[in-house]
Ligand binder design. Structure first.
Ligand SMILES: *Cc1c(COP(=O)(O)O)cnc(C)c1O
Ligand code: SF4
Length: 352
């Protein structure tokens, strides 16, 4: 029998992961933001280091009680584009369905942290029915992205019924799951789950959220293997986090390990302005410098796009780095990976 996740400040203290002196403030944190430190991730923590990158992501900190003025409960403006409960339609060809508010792990930096948790706002059966009607009536919706929370935490039976319904909507070509389950609780990528994801009319994609190379444990890699063997392509999503992965060595190791596990790094997300997460934040310049150092150093397969979700619901855009500038004569100046600039097209050398 799998030992349960730690879901309270007291449990984390008795595990030796938090200090008894912090019980008061951490209980306060827990009242606002759900806690779940899954067993598999707890076992990956290196207890000999002060700020272990796995622990930092799953063990709450008293710093979460600090909300800075620029932080907001809905940092990426989901509410602005929600025509039906649980559905976000910001781009014409795809919708998000926030089917489920629970996760196997509650990441301490989560951008939807105020809306998540065991008591959070999941979609009821009629909300799902209303969302399916909305999708059915709009032939421009090419892709449905299941997110939450973690949609793979739902029972295989519920996932199956949702996918059955989506498979009846011919214009839905792709169903993408955003999940952390393969790294948070790989034992939950069961044969039964694989079965309900397999042999669908729509193409299933899974975006695996992982932020540190040590999350890609042997068990996590085996779980990814079960998914790819079922013909499900995997892409990687990573959040750039201060103290967790904001070094060139950390990102390089993570992205190489992802490619080895057949997860193509897709997005490196600039951290969102979620409440109580300022201790994780880095500047865009830091992110750009890291991306610049990666380019040329690692395989192109191991290079995600660095993305910012513009606060207020303005959507995601790549935020660099930029390699092209305009020279005074109007031609392009392109920077190489060593930082040298080159005119494009190259200047023709004067033949005389
Ligand atoms: C992030 C997001 C998507 C997916 O964007 P991609 O660039 O296709 O990964 C879709 N809809 C909303 C509302 C989003 O926030
Ligand atoms: S798994 Fe995703 S949705 Fe759940 S807490 Fe972590 S970042 Fe948020």
């Amino acid at each position: 029998m799998q030992k349960a996740a730690a879901t309270t400040a007291a449990a984390l203290i008795s595990e030796g992961l938090a200090s008894p002196a912090d019980e008061g403030p951490l209980t306060q944190v827990a009242e606002r933001y759900a806690i779940a430190a899954p067993r598999h991730m707890i076992e990956l923590i290196d207890r000999n280091v002060e700020r272990d990158p796995i622990a930092m992501q799953i063990v709450p900190s008293t710093a979460e009680l600090v909300t800075t003025p620029d932080e907001r409960p809905d940092p990426i403006g989901d509410h602005t584009y929600s025509p039906v409960k649980g559905l976000v339609h910001r781009y014409p060809d795809r919708v998000l369905l926030k089917v489920h508010s629970a996760c196997a792990v509650y990441c301490r930096f989560c951008f939807r942290r105020e809306m998540l948790g065991p008591g959070g706002d999941s979609m009821a059966e009629d909300d799902i029915a209303a969302a399916l009607t909305y999708i059915r009536e709009r032939p421009e919706i090419w892709e449905v992205i299941l997110t939450g929370g973690d949609p793979l935490v739902l029972s295989p039976k519920r996932i199956s019924s949702l996918l059955d319904s989506l498979d009846t909507i011919e214009h839905v070509n792709v169903v993408r799951f955003h999940t952390r389950l393969a790294v948070a609780a790989p034992e939950r990528i069961t044969d039964e789950l694989i079965r309900v994801l397999s042999d669908r009319r729509a193409t299933i994609y899974i975006a695996v959220h992982s932020n540190h190379v040590r999350e890609l444990s042997d068990d996590a890699i085996a779980a990814c293997d079960r998914l790819t063997r079922a013909n499900i392509p995997l892409v990687g999503q990573t959040v750039l986090l201060r103290g967790v992965n904001d070094t060139i060595e950390s990102l390089e190791a993570l992205f190489r390990a992802m490619v080895r596990a057949r997860i193509t790094p897709y997005y490196l997300h600039h951290p969102d302005l979620a409440p109580g997460t300022s201790h994780f934040r880095v500047s865009i310049e830091t992110g750009q410098t890291l991306m610049k150092e990666l380019r040329g150093r690692v395989s192109g397969l191991a290079l995600p796009t660095y993305m910012l979700d513009i606060p207020g619901g303005h959507g995601k855009v790549p935020v660099g780095p930029n390699y092209v500038a305009k020279s005074p004569d109007g031609s392009a100046l392109v920077e190489d990976v060593n930082g040298r600039s080159h005119a494009y097209p190259p200047h023709i050398t004067d033949p005389s």
